[in-house]
Ligand binder design. Structure first.
Ligand code: NAD
Length: 506
């Protein structure tokens, strides 16, 4: 890999203090703030309020009141859509500030985050468009005496909990759709990267969102998140994060039977056949494995290569890995930034040494990088991995690629499906039948064919198996935040239950 200039101290950057937004007021917590040390720079860049259970309860009460008696759910869709469009414009206007916050707090490459903010603007606009198309159904086919109307109503108060790896993008996959439906919300960003979500609160205020509709409570999952997933006044929880905390969220929500939407981890394979466009694939392999330093639910962390091409492909992926630019998240040339925390770096290193001890070969990288400050991991390739190794089954969440091999299509499918996750997968072949066979038989929410990690606001995203429940984005994304209500209407005189119609007429 190419190591870019060492991360510079953020000398001109005094840590920025963030407040919480509860019931239209910016407030400070009672506990000491949470200090965020920039993973790429080693200095404190942000201070977030450490919200408490009481703060979470106040926020839920505000959202409940805004839903039960406030103007937001009662506005026309056109009015709600107008506010979402204004928010999108304001996000675009503050894109550089938002990108900076995600880059320094999460160690993400600035050029990449700029793309994520632009993508987010598109999603907010898409949600604004969907707001106006939300509608139910009518049945005029149930006989002369009956008319059926199916209403779509906003589900109510939604708790939105997000992770640190795509702080601004992920809140944008949830919040604008909940708002489009007419819901009110409490949002909790990760305690490691809350800045851009708090700025979003300022943006929504400026866009004209009524008070109490979006409440932003910063703090830990154990303190704030636990209340948001269990409080009886919350109707739905939309969670993105690890599979472990996702299960806890579902268990908490089950006590009051809240609806849950879960976007969780992945262990995504790229399956490569000998007839593939290998030049295209080599680039996608490197991108899939190292994008966002591999701290990505969609990371293509497993290569499943046909045995006949495996040796050559590993050499070529290693050669391109050598060129990947690792370094200062604020350098526009950087492709791989910092690892989120020192503890996480250790965890990644542990997976690599565990795999090596178990018989895998470190074909590239394999070590943490000392760039003077912050924590970084070299892009790493592990060859001769077997499907039973932890590195082949568990989410490493670092720039680590595991290489496995297959001989038959059936074997490739079996290896791809032999994990608990089912978020996404890729298949590379020029043969239509091969791509479709893999596309239909791999159990994953998205299957890319001759590409990897592409997406669009129109395309639903979510996981099979332990990668989650439900789908985000796509044209049904607003419906996810609604309840269905049936209005069953009778036309004309009552047909009594106790007296047959014929007797009554006689
Ligand atoms: P995490 O599960 O540790 O935390 C996610 C959020 O949950 C944070 O805001 C955290 O504070 C909160 N939380 C923690 N404990 C909680 C509790 N007891 N109750 C309620 N909330 C609690 O995940 P993370 O480390 O922030 O993010 C990385 C994980 O997220 C990875 O597993 C990754 O695959 C997953 N992820 C999935 C997607 C997807 O769309 N499928 C997208 C991005 C990240």
């Amino acid at each position: 890999m190419t190591v870019l200039v060492n991360p510079k101290a953020l000398v001109d950057h005094a840590p920025r203090d963030f407040k919480m937004l509860i019931d239209g007021r910016w407030s400070e917590g009672t506990a000491d703030p949470i200090e965020r040390v920039a993973p790429g720079h080693g200095v404190v860049v942000s201070r977030f309020q450490a919200g408490t259970r009481a703060d979470a309860e106040r926020a839920i009460a505000a959202a409940r009141k805004a839903f039960d008696t406030g103007p937001w759910p009662r506005m026309t869709a056109s009015e709600r859509s107008g506010i979402l469009l204004k928010a999108a414009d304001l996000i675009a206007a503050r894109a550089e500030e938002l990108a900076f916050l995600d880059a320094v707090e999460a160690g993400k490459p600035i050029s990449q985050v700029r793309g994520e903010i632009a993508g987010s603007v598109d999603i907010w606009r898409y949600a604004a468009a969907l707001a106006r198309d939300l509608h139910g159904e009518s049945y005029n086919t149930l006989g002369d005496g009956t008319l059926g109307v199916v209403l779509r109503e906003a589900i109510g108060v939604v708790s939105i909990i997000t992770p640190w790896n795509f702080p601004f993008l992920i809140v944008g996959q949830k919040l604008p759709f909940a708002l489009a439906a007419g819901c009110t919300t409490v949002v909790k960003p990760s305690e490691l990267s809350s800045g851009s979500t708090v700025v979003l609160g300022e943006i929504l205020e400026e866009a004209g969102l009524p008070k109490g509709v979006v409440n932003i409570v910063t703090g830990t999952g154990a303190e704030v998140g636990a209340v948001m997933t269990s409080h009886p006044d919350v109707d739905m929880v939309s969670f993105t994060g690890s599979t472990g905390v996702g299960k806890l969220t579902m268990a908490n929500a089950a006590q009051t039977l809240k609806k849950v939407s879960l976007e969780l981890g992945g262990k995504n394979p790229q399956i490569v056949f000998p007839d593939a466009d290998l030049d295209g694939f080599i680039d996608a392999a490197v991108f899939g494995a190292y994008f966002n330093a591999g701290e990505c639910c969609n990371a293509g962390s497993r290569l499943i290569l046909h045995k006949s091409i495996a040796e050559d492909v590993v050499k070529r992926v290693a050669a391109l890995s050598e060129k990947v630019r690792v370094g200062d998240p604020l350098d526009p040339q950087t492709q791989v930034g910092a690892i989120i925390t020192p503890q996480h770096l250790e965890k990644i290193a542990g997976y690599i040494s565990g795999a090596a001890d178990g018989g895998a070969d470190v074909a590239h990288g394999g070590k943490a990088l000392d760039l003077g400050r912050g924590q970084f991991m070299a892009p790493t390739i592990l060859a001769n991995v077997t499907p039973d190794m932890p590195v082949a089954r568990e989410e490493v969440f670092g720039p680590v690629l595991s290489v496995l091999t297959f001989e038959t299509t059936a074997q490739a499918i079996e290896i791809a499906n032999a994990v608990d996750y089912g978020l996404s997968a890729g298949v590379w072949s020029k043969d239509f039948d091969t791509c479709l066979t893999i596309g239909r038989q791999v159990r994953a929410g998205t299957v890319w064919m001759n590409t990897f990690m592409d997406g669009a606001s129109e395309l639903p995203f979510g996981g099979y198996k332990q990668s989650g429940l439900g789908r985000e984005l796509g044209r049904h994304a607003v419906e996810d935040y609604t309840e269905t209500k049936t209005l069953n209407m009778h036309i004309g005189g009552r047909t009594n239950w106790w007296m047959p119609q014929t007797e009554k007429l006689a």
